[in-house]
Design a protein around this ligand. Structure first.
Ligand SMILES: Nc1ncnc2c1ncn2[C@@H]1O[C@H](COP(=O)(O)OP(=O)(O)OP(=O)(O)O)[C@@H](O)[C@H]1O
Ligand SMILES: [Mg+2]
Length: 194
């Protein structure tokens, strides 16, 4: 019986890198939502203004639920990790949910390095600044999830933290939702991101 771990977060925070580093340490298989959505064409429309596909949330949720159902009865893995921006859509069905957070200034440089245009960078940086993924996760699970600030930590360090969380060796209170609040930080000027 595999357990389900959901990892959400703004684009560029490191969900895929961290899930990949974590997987062998917890005997997990990783499902990347974006890959599932692309493979099954779970799109609703093409958003001309934002140059992006709009995901059909209902069909994506249904497909993810089926994956969870199949994963739960597996004995060859201990964890099934679902990672992606909209991972909160199945967060009500998981055993552990984590939102990865990252200083919006670093999100900005990462997405610029990726070659995202200014509008797409701004949209995602604002989303991190306001804690949109955390907000959605809270809607799905109340405060039963972890909000993990990855700023200044390597992929290996973060994977190590999650490994210890899974083993029950980490104090979960350190990552309780509400502690990461970029807007309240004196060194971050929210207006600079709009
Ligand atoms: N902790 C980290 N320290 C330094 N660089 C990192 C860290 N985590 C990720 N990166 C780098 O940031 C970039 C984005 O990481 P990654 O693709 O894992 O993010 P993601 O959250 O999966 O993004 P998306 O939502 O777009 O799939 C990559 O180039 C990765 O190497
Ligand atoms: Mg990714």
């Amino acid at each position: 019986m595999a357990r389900i771990l959901v990892i959400s977060g703004t684009p560029g925070v490191g969900k895929s890198s961290i899930a990949k580093a974590l997987a062998p340490t917890i005997h997990a298989e990783v499902l990347t939502i974006g890959e599932l959505v692309a493979a099954r064409h779970l799109f609703e429309t093409w958003d001309e203004d934002r140059s992006t596909h709009v995901v059909d949330e209902e069909r994506a949720r249904e497909a993810l639920r089926n994956e969870i159902e199949r994963a739960r009865v597996r004995n060859d893995i201990e964890w099934f990790v679902i990672e992606g921006l909209m991972a909160d859509v199945v967060a009500d069905e998981c055993d552990l949910a984590i939102v990865l957070r990252l200083d919006p200034r670093i999100v900005k440089t990462r997405l610029q390095q990726r070659g995202y245009g200014p509008a797409k960078v701004a949209e995602n940086v604002q989303s991190e600044l306001l804690g949109t993924c955390t907000y959605h996760m809270r809607e799905a699970r109340g405060n039963d999830f972890l909000d993990l600030d990855t700023t200044g930590k390597s992929v290996a360090e973060i994977a190590g933290i999650i490994h210890r969380i899974v083993q029950g060796l980490e104090n979960k209170a350190t990552y309780r939702p509400g502690l990461v609040d970029w807007i309240a930080r004196p060194d971050i000027d929210p207006a600079g991101f709009f």
